[in-house]
Every structure is written in C-alpha cells, then in structure tokens.
Design a protein around this ligand. Structure first.
Ligand code: NAG
Ligand code: NAG
Ligand code: NAG
Ligand code: NAG
Ligand code: NAG
Length: 446
C-alpha cells in the first residue's frame, strides 16, 4: 500500500475504467444476468452491490431474489435544505433508516434552504433518488429548473421494471412542463403531453403527481392539468394496461441530453448541444433548485392479497405487473458492495486479509451502476473508513467548481433513458467527481 498519488496512477485508473466499461455483461429481454453478477441495472448492465439495490430490474436479473427487496412507502415532508439526509450511491447499502435520499453526481446546499442539482462541464449532472419506494401516492416537488440548449431538468417516478411517470423540462422551453408516462420502458411517442406553466426558471412551482391504481393526474401549483385513466391504456398486443403500476422511486435530476454522443433525436428534443460556457451557468455549473418534496402514500390497491409484511416491496413473478408485486418483512440491506440479494451477507472486508474470497482485480464485478472500475466503490464503501472517504468526496464536491471528469472516461449513466426520443438510455462518456474520487481512493488502498 503506497499513499502517493501520481499522474501515472490516474492514467492507469482511466484505462482500467475504460476497459472495464467495455466488458460489463449486459442484460435485457431474453438475456438475464449470470449468477456471479446477478443484478441487472436500469442501464441494462450486470453487477453486484448497488446493482442489486434501487433500479435493479427483477425481470432481467438472475432470479427473483437477486434484486434486494425495496423499502416501502413512507409519507413525509422532506425539506431539502441540507445533505444530512443524502448518501452517495457509492456509500448507500440499502438502510433507508440512515438516508431518505441517494445521490449520484454533485448535489450542493443552497443557502440552507434548498438543494441544487448541479452539472459542471463534462459531467453528466446530478441525480437524487428516494430510498423509499411509492406504490401509489401523491408526490409533489417544489423546484425551479435549469435552462439552456441540451439541458434537461426532471422530476419523475421510476420503477425497477421501468414504469415511469414524468415531469420533464427542456432548457429551451421555459413555459412548458412535459408530462409523460411509460409502461415497462416501452416507447410510445403518443404518451407525452406539454403542460403550460409560467417561466420554470424564474418561478418556483410545485409539480404534483397523483398516482392511483386506476388514474394518474399531473398538477402544477395545485391545478390539475392532465389526467390519464388506466382503462384508456389497454394494449391489445401485450394484453396489458400500459399504465405505471409498480413500486417506484422519486427521482430528481439535471442531465445533459444535448451531447454529441447521444442520438440525434435526443439532441433535437433537448434543443441542441449543451454549451459548457453558457451564461446560464453560475459558479461553473448549470443548476436546478429543489426545496421540498412531499409524499403522501396511498393504501395498497383494493384486492391486494400479496401482503406478507409491511417493510419491503418485492416481485413474486418476473412479469413485473401490478399483480406480481408483494410486500413482506424482507431485509432491504446488503453487507457490502460485493453482496447481492442472493447472497446479502458477503463482505470481503470483514474477513481476515488473505483468507477472504475477495474478488480478484482481473475479474472484479461492477458494484455501482454507471461507475465503472471494478468494485472501486465496493472497496471504498465497505472499508471501515468508507464513510470518511465519502465524506471527503461529498465535502469537496459541495460548492466546488468541480474538476469532475478531468481524467475521466467513466461510463456514467443516469436514468430517464426513455425520454421520448431515444430508445437507448443515454450512454455517456464523462466523469463524476464522487465516482472518480472513490475510485482513486480505492487505487491508493491497493
Ligand atoms: C421476501 O420474503 C419472502 C418471504 O416472506 C420470500 O418469499 C421472497 O423471496 C423475499 N424476496 C426478496 C426479494 O427478498
Ligand atoms: C398553452 O399555451 C399555448 C401557447 O401559448 C396556447 O396556444 C395554448 O392554448 C395553451 N394551452 C392551454 C391549455 O392553456
Ligand atoms: C374509464 O374510467 C373512468 C374513470 O374511472 C370512467 O369515467 C370511464 O368511463 C372509463 N372508460 C371506459 C371506456 O371504461
Ligand atoms: C392490477 O391491475 C388490474 C387491471 O389490469 C386490476 O384489475 C387489479 O385489481 C390490479 N391488482 C392490484 C393488486 O393492483
Ligand atoms: C411482519 O412484521 C410484522 C411487524 O413486525 C408482524 O406483525 C408480521 O407478523 C410479520 N409478518 C410475517 C409474515 O412474519
């Protein structure tokens, strides 16, 4: 172990990031993950650790136990005025009593009053996700958006089987909130509807999703603007209602849709390429501001009979439809970033050095979706000083002008793949400050 950081180490790290990214096993319809990397992330890649937590798709994972059960709905009024309730995705291991929010990218506290989702040059922005899921409820976010070509702000509900309910804001249309929904990620261009709103950058608005088993209403500042009835979403090909119907996380995000590496349709939808020297950046980054999120949980739907406890949601069948959702007293936690739902107590760092079945470098599995590098986060996150490390990363990220990605070719992907114009999730080559720091720290420990 040598505590000297060098450009050579950074370069080596960059190369291993790039090569690891290429060899990550993929998953999707008719190709489930293998047993050694059993969890299919929302980006369609297999791994362990955080791959098995929020976003883990039970339909494409190795088996129905691979994805860890998800914390059930919790009614709450979250004042987002500090990062005390936010854990980085390189730290969170499923204990929702420790944090109600998980982040990737760089959230920044603004005047002890709100959280800024920031997007510095050559980063892929910031994503804030609830640790508790919602299976029907009323969810409100009070926020302002970012602006500029290619810059997208979003407040969405996203399930592990990729049902989705969206408010999306394109940075060149400041008087439009795009409402949208998906069933299991199936693209349907007819689902999007624009809603009128006064300037979303200058004016703080409260956006509300009222999600019931048979109807869904989008409201702005308490005024209902669109209602979707489940019975109008019947699809005779799949013999399903194409209606969002599975437990979903709240996701707030700011991301660069306008990147050359994205599809032309996505770039056009987003109003063009992102300008990284924009007048709309302050302190070196684009930003959206979220001050409050309110959640009111609804009771499970009438007729619900898969009730075996109230702690966690899971699926008892890989169809992933409403009638395959169950609740139980399952644990929602992993012992380390090398554990999986199939094997939740695996913790290489807990065993005496040399005797543990610690994954070898050459075959190290991916542990955090979007953060390539073979278990880097796992090593950092499960180390006894894991918290200190992440604290450093988060601390330096907070308020920083963030040199994120300076050496980076981390494959870092955010949600919102089905943003209306592209089938494939945005696959981006850029760096995340927190991710890269975590990785470099891990290198130093080797
Ligand atoms: C949750 O617990 C039930 C037993 O109550 C079990 O059948 C099921 O496999 C568990 N699911 C997960 C994902 O842990
Ligand atoms: C929304 O705004 C457009 C453009 O100003 C206008 O034509 C349209 O009538 C408005 N729709 C509603 C429902 O107010
Ligand atoms: C669909 O449901 C709504 C609300 O429950 C109801 O008003 C409407 O008549 C239904 N439509 C059809 C075609 O059944
Ligand atoms: C699931 O949806 C169907 C309609 O597709 C409905 O009849 C049924 O009651 C729902 N079940 C649950 C548990 O929500
Ligand atoms: C789940 O936990 C609750 C509360 O502790 C308990 O009342 C219930 O019996 C448990 N359910 C099962 C199936 O063990």
């Amino acid at each position: 172990m040598k505590a000297t950081f060098s450009a050579a180490a950074a370069l080596a790290a960059t190369f291993s990031l790039a090569s690891a990214a290429n060899s990550i096993p993929t998953c999707g319809a008719n190709s489930q993950c293998p047993s050694d990397t059993p969890c299919c992330s929302q980006y369609g890649q297999c791994g362990v650790g955080a791959y098995c937590l929020g976003g883990c798709n039970p339909r494409y994972s190795h088996d129905l136990q691979s994805c860890v059960a998800a914390p059930t709905c919790q009614s709450a009024d979250y004042k987002l005025n500090s990062l005390d309730d936010v854990q980085a995705n390189t730290v969170y291991l499923g204990d929702s009593s420790k944090a109600n929010w998980v982040s990737s990218g760089t959230p920044v506290v603004y005047q002890n009053d709100a959280i800024l989702l920031t997007m510095a040059p050559n980063t892929v922005g910031t994503l804030l996700m609830s640790t508790h899921y919602v299976w029907y409820g009323q969810i409100s976010a009070t926020m302002t958006t970012s602006q500029g070509a290619g810059v997208v702000t979003a407040f969405i509900m996203m399930s592990d089987v990729q049902d989705e309910i969206d408010f999306e804001f394109v940075g060149v249309e400041l008087e439009v909130a795009q409402s949208n929904y998906y069933f299991q990620g199936i693209t349907d261009y007819g689902n999007e509807q624009p809603l009128n709103v006064s300037n979303t950058v200058q004016n703080t608005h409260t956006y509300t999703i009222d999600w019931q088993p048979d109807s869904l209403t989008w409201s702005i500042d308490g005024i209902p603007l669109r209602t979707l009835n489940r019975n109008d979403t019947w699809n005779s090909n799949t013999q399903n209602y194409h209606y969002p119907q599975s437990p979903s996380r709240i996701q707030l995000s700011l991301w660069p849709a306008g990147l050359q590496s994205n599809g032309a349709g996505t770039v056009a939808w987003a109003g063009g390429l992102v300008d990284w020297n924009s007048q709309y950046m302050l302190n070196g980054y684009y930003y959206a501001l979220v001050s409050e999120v309110k959640v009111q949980c609804y009771n499970p739907p009438s007729g619900f009979s898969n009730n075996h406890g109230s702690k966690a949601y899971y699926y008892d069948n890989s169809y992933g439809t409403n009638d395959t959702v169950a609740t139980g007293n399952n644990s929602t936690e992993l012992a380390s970033f090398f554990a999986t739902g199939d094997n939740p107590s695996v913790n290489p760092n807990a065993a005496a050095s040399g005797t543990a079945a610690a994954p070898k470098n050459s075959a190290t599995p991916e542990t955090v979706p979007g953060v390539s590098g073979g278990g880097a986060a796992g090593i950092g996150g499960t180390d006894s000083s894991g918290n200190a490390q992440s604290g450093t990363a988060a601390g330096s990220a907070q308020g920083s002008q963030s040199s994120a990605g300076s050496g980076g070719s981390t494959t870092f992907q955010q949600g919102l793949g089905s943003s209306g114009t592209s089938q494939a999730p945005p696959k981006l080559a850029a760096g995340s400050a927190v991710a890269l720091l975590g990785f470099f720290v891990a290198c130093l420990l080797l």
